[in-house]
Design a protein around this ligand. Structure first.
Ligand code: AHR
Length: 509
């Protein structure tokens, strides 16, 4: 029997704006994300511009990627940016100790990254080295990138072929400084973040938005220590000049870190366990936001979910240090549930970056090393179907009588997830049915305006394990959905089992 859900959406009552940056991306020097992914080198027979693979760029442009975080991850705290500028054959080689112990020839450096951002039409987000770098090194990187006029680093940039400074807003002060980024305590790192933040200067009209390296998962104490360093309790506004935001990392795994399970071979119990983990993102963001509210009730400091997504065992036969995994309909539903949660936290969440864009963890695109074919994953399609939420006003979805639930171990999982937003006179609704077997029917009373020119799309497949390969690139791909009706102010949407559906319409009245 189908689950039946009744809800109300007031299309004329706009909530907080959903930052487009919650659709952000992350690309690390890890496995085949940069080398053999984005960057194939100028001599490659794959069409490229300056070594950057053009079919990848074209596919990603369709997602309107708002920002790209680089060069790590754990790699960021071992990266010395000066090794990655100047003639490529003179750049020093290093060992990428975190990820496979492979050699890094530094051919993809600052100029190549900025060129990639320009091709993608996206904002750069640079993650600086706190763990093994120096304050001077980071400060000079900012100067190199953003300072106009005459100065040592501006001259060096010009000597390397770039006259104009770039615009760089997002700047990370280290990564996972509780772990791979230096194994610091929260108290110690909070002081370091103030120190590093002090010397990352604004040049001309380039205004940095500095992001302190935040907690892992539910470590609220870490967030508290960082907030304490920004100001005082109470109504006094925090002084966020050292850093403007703090981050948190949260990955969805079904098993344990030692045994995360396969990306494609899993049973229904593992599927539901995965969805429970994904849904806990709501608890995570609520918990960190609550701590921040105690210090910053005016919400001037941003929360950034710097890394999120599924993390499975690597594909059999691939380098364990390369984190290459397939991507099924299950991953797509993990993504759609995250986005609903992000939309509900629009008042505090300023950015979220999926880990990672290409060939690593929950990727949008997989490139085949042999055939050079490019495959769009089910997760890619969720980003594409949902992109209308970027910078839209969030709309509340009030459910009458609650959502259908299922007991999963000790947890209760809501098996339907919905969010809505409004932008440029259009409403966009996203609906996920997480039930592996039962369909759901959602009946939404639309108040404050009628919908016309309604269109709907669906992403589903015969099985949760279905995924795309070079031989079968469209096993999981969106198609038009005719399982909806609109009668007066009532929108009815049919959600088959394990499906993701979007509905858009023009608001009048
Ligand atoms: O995304 C892979 C790794 O996960 C990142 O390098 C690190 O920050 C996190 O532990």
């Amino acid at each position: 029997t189908d689950n039946v859900i009744a809800a109300v959406v007031n299309v004329d009552i706009e909530g907080p704006r959903i930052s487009r940056h919650v659709y952000g991306h992350f690309a690390e020097h890890l496995g085949r994300c940069i080398y053999g992914g984005f960057y194939v080198g100028e001599d490659s027979d794959i069409p490229n511009e300056g070594g950057i693979r053009l079919d990848v760029v074209e596919a990603l442009r369709a997602l309107d990627i708002p920002n790209l975080r680089w060069p790590g991850g754990c790699f960021a705290d071992e990266y010395h940016w000066m090794d990655g500028i100047g003639p490529k054959d003179e750049r020093p080689v290093m060992v990428n100790t975190h990820w496979g112990g492979v050699e890094e020839n530094n051919h993809f450096g600052t100029h190549e990254f900025m060129a990639l951002c320009e091709l993608l039409g996206t904002e750069p987000y640079i993650s600086g080295n706190v763990g093994s770098g120096t304050v001077r090194e980071m400060s000079e990187w900012v100067e190199y990138l953003t300072r106009d006029g005459d100065s040592p680093m501006a001259r060096l940039r010009k000597a390397n072929g770039r006259q104009e400074p770039w615009k760089v807003r997002f700047w990370g002060l280290g990564n996972e400084t509780w772990g791979c980024g230096g194994n610091m305590t929260a108290e110690h790192y909070a002081q370091e973040a103030r120190r590093y933040g002090t010397y990352c200067r604004d040049y001309g009209d380039n205004k940095l938005y500095k992001i302190a390296a935040g907690a892992s998962d539910f470590n609220y104490d870490w967030t508290e220590q960082l907030m304490k360093q920004l100001g005082h309790l109470g109504c006094q506004r925090v002084n966020s000049s050292f850093y403007h935001a703090l981050s948190v990392h949260y990955y969805t795994i079904a098993g344990t870190w030692a045994n995360k399970g396969s990306a494609t071979v899993f049973d229904t119990d593992e599927y539901y366990a995965t969805m429970v983990k994904a849904a806990r993102t709501d608890e995570l963001l609520t918990g960190h936001s609550n701590v921040m509210d105690c210090y910053d009730p005016h919400k001037t400091v941003g929360l950034v979910l710097d890394e999120w997504g599924t993390w499975w065992d690597v594909e059999p036969g691939t380098n364990p240090g390369f984190l290459y995994q397939q991507n099924t309909l299950r991953d797509a539903l993990v993504a759609s549930v995250h986005f609903d949660i992000f939309h509900r936290h629009a008042d505090r969440l300023v950015m979220a970056n999926i880990a990672q864009t290409l060939n690593v963890l929950q990727a949008m695109i997989l490139t085949d090393p042999d055939s050079k074919a490019l495959v769009l994953t089910p997760t890619y399609h969720v980003f594409q179907m949902n992109k209308g939420h970027q910078d839209a006003a969030s709309l509340r979805v009030d459910v009458r009588g609650g959502l259908p639930t299922r007991e999963v171990g000790d947890a209760t999982l809501e098996t339907v997830s919905v969010s809505a937003s409004r932008k440029d006179g259009r409403v966009l609704l996203s609906l996920s049915n997480l039930d592996a077997d039962a369909a759901a029917d959602v009946e939404i009373e639309l108040r404050g305006g009628a919908l016309s020119e309604v269109e709907s799309r669906i992403l589903t497949a015969g099985a949760l394990q279905d995924h795309n390969t070079p031989e079968s690139p469209e096993s999981v791909a969106p198609r038009a959905h005719n399982g909806f009706s609109i009668e007066g102010d009532t929108l009815r949407v049919h959600l088959p089992a394990h499906s993701f559906v979007t509905v858009t319409g023009t608001v009048s009245g």
